[in-house]
Design a protein around this ligand. Sequence first.
Ligand SMILES: Cc1ncc(COP(=O)(O)O)c(C=O)c1O
Length: 464
Amino acid sequence: MTPEEFRTYGYAAIDWISHFLEHTREYPVLPETSPGELVDRLPRQGPELPEPFDQILEDFEREIVPRSTHWNHPRFMGYFANSSPGEGIIAEMLAAALNPNGMLWKSSPAATELEQVTLDWLRQWMGLPEGWFGQILDTASTSTFHAIVAARVHKGHKCSDATLTLYASKHAHSSIEKGAMAAGIARENVRLIDVDEEFRMRVDLLEAAIVADLAEGKVPFCVIPTVGTTSVASIDPVREVVAIARRHGLWVHVDCAYGGSTAIDERYRHFLDGVDGADSMVVNPHKWLFVPMDLSVLYCRNREWLGDAFSLVPEYLRTTGDERALNYHEYGLPLGRRFRSLKLWFTMRGYGRVKLAAMIHEQIVAAKNLAAQIAAHPDFEICAPVHFSLVVFRHRRSDEFNQSLLDAVNETGEALLSPNVLAGRKVIRLAIGNIQTNAADLAAVWALVQEKASELGGSISREG
Ligand SMILES: Cc1ncc(COP(=O)(O)O)c(C=O)c1O
């Protein structure tokens, strides 16, 4: 592509993006497609010769967009919602233009130092202790895997060892078990501790499990409480978990992938109570700080603990050791590193902490208001306390009814909610988090849920 062609097609792409961002609501959140449809529609072999670029753009619009689930849609409320506003999109484009590989300071001084600067800003915004070392990875799953490996090495176990034992709650994200699995921890040595009535890890059971494991000759090495669990957004008692971990010599990694960013608002700082005593934590700005996929941040109390686990410097990567020249590859698994900090920098500067905090606050208030409306409806019930922006509810009829209701809502393409099973019962998750979601969207989704419930003949109150 010549610079002239780039200008032409680049403007066309920007026009398309601008229109898309303005009219996202007009797209169905969930596409009408079936598995394999796109595979069948595209050629089985890649092109031998160049194709005209306008044809490629046309195919993007005709083939790709209609088969996309629109995570950028304001009524995408399944899983945990995320966003890519203009600031992040432009930053991604510019990062691709510079295309640095931030493995060493020398391979990209700007990418390296901007990562240091933005992560220190974020650390301060969340009230984490001075001196904690941050690095950007793709996802919370990868960040947690890094923490588990570092914890194992810190315990003095460099290889897999059948006695190493790890603890999390029954509501912990599957990435914890998966990270342990990939780190060579035996599946049967991952203890998922039971929770209390508010879905918080029970610390009495945690300590009892550690004591029992020690008596059996196991080596408890890591505990992972969560601030904002995926299923119900519950908050484990991190401070008490840390106290137990200190008594028994365990590493504490806190999964704040979803809930952590709320701490940029003083009103929600208490959610991170106790995290300052942990050894590492993960927060995902790509979940709830309005930064496009992907950007997860792993903070660790001591940079060298990550170095102990991941530093291996072959001759061709050796640099003259200037103390201020940070070589990120020595603290994590990837050698090549994308310039992800640029989109964090653009977002942090484009909004400022006060505006970002206000947006998060508004979404928490909106979630609580919606939960109050749902709780007031005789046919529905709220199934978990609403601390953040996740509302977990169910229709009082059967599990089958809730599944049909969820399917009926999602099939309209007007909103996307997600299922879960809580205490053996089918529940519906509604997660607010997209930057464009407004009060009208929430009212529309709640109206849609009620409409579909009554179409399915679900009014218990009328019968009663
Ligand atoms: C609490 C929590 N931890 C970890 C993850 C995994 O996140 P990622 O997709 O960044 O690996 C999720 C995903 O939703 C989550 O909710």
